[in-house]
Design a protein around this ligand. Sequence first.
Ligand code: NAX
Length: 328
Amino acid sequence: AARPVTVTVTGAAGQIAYGLLFRIASGAMLGADTPVRLRLLEIPAAVGSLEGVAMELEDGAFPLLSSIDISDDPWVGFDGANVALLVGARPRTAGMERGDLLAANGPIFTDQGAAINASAAADVKVLVVGNPANTNAFIAMSNAPDVPAERFTALTRLDHNRAIAQLAKKTGVAGTDFRRVAIWGNHSATQYPDISHVTVAGRPAVEVINDQNWVVNDFIPTVQQRGTAIIKARGASSAASAASAAIDHIRDWARGSAAGDWVSMAVPSDGSYGVPEGLISSFPVTCANGEYSIVQGLDVDEFSRGRIDISVAELEGERDAVIDLGFA
Ligand code: NAX
């Protein structure tokens, strides 16, 4: 049997984790042949509730779940982590500006980055889900100098999946027939969901759809604002869909993405497409052998260039703010 993989999940008593943990335990993330050790991290006030979640995990009698450990100490929670899912974050409360949110999250991701640096496994893969995800990942990466920077990523797969869902709805074609969707930039309302390279059952999607007005005035804002629409409808932010996207992100990174297709991941830029080096920005990527590569050589037309630049400028502003605050 394969060696157990240690998976640390922060914010483990929260609503995304409630959608995530049972799927990890079932093998949906790392495969039906890979046993998992779960290390669950919470703040002290939520440990009681987390104990209840751990009881439910036990009651799932998952054959692949070899152990569950609970902690409120990041220095314990990341010990030996091969996969670290940073879901917990300080939520934005009424009256909080984006700057306040960055300031509230800085200490969390500074500590967690340092703890990952000190105690995670040498092959650790980090996915930040907690918002502002890209910049929280940037802070964690900056505080983990001994971990290769490319191991720090943030979740834009939910945006990617949302884009596919809108394309499927518009055309009546199954989502599985769309290839080469790309999300660029920040996981925020400035993100750019790009269909210029998309094919649908082998044909260019822009030709099949043939409705640039829909792309600009419906598709793009719908994907950008989908999180807000869900909060309005459900009275709570996206949880099960975010959990599912996190599973997709790690599954593809660890086990490879589908041939002939891309996925979207926010990863440290290597300077590709003019995105400043080190900024954690979403790109189209392919994954193989446990590594991702940014898709190279795409034509970026003037419209796309403008949209990417807006989101990248927002990320640069966030980066500069957390550097000024001393978090990176
Ligand atoms: P919840 O408030 O339900 O759960 C968050 C949990 O994190 C809480 O139990 C809290 O006690 C815990 N927590 C806070 N600080 C912690 C710390 N320092 N260490 C460990 N645990 C800590 O939020 P939930 O709905 O699960 O969302 C979690 C995060 O995901 C939020 O920041 C949310 O904004 C973000 N999202 C990101 C998405 C993405 O696509 N990147 C989409 C969904 C979601 O909005």
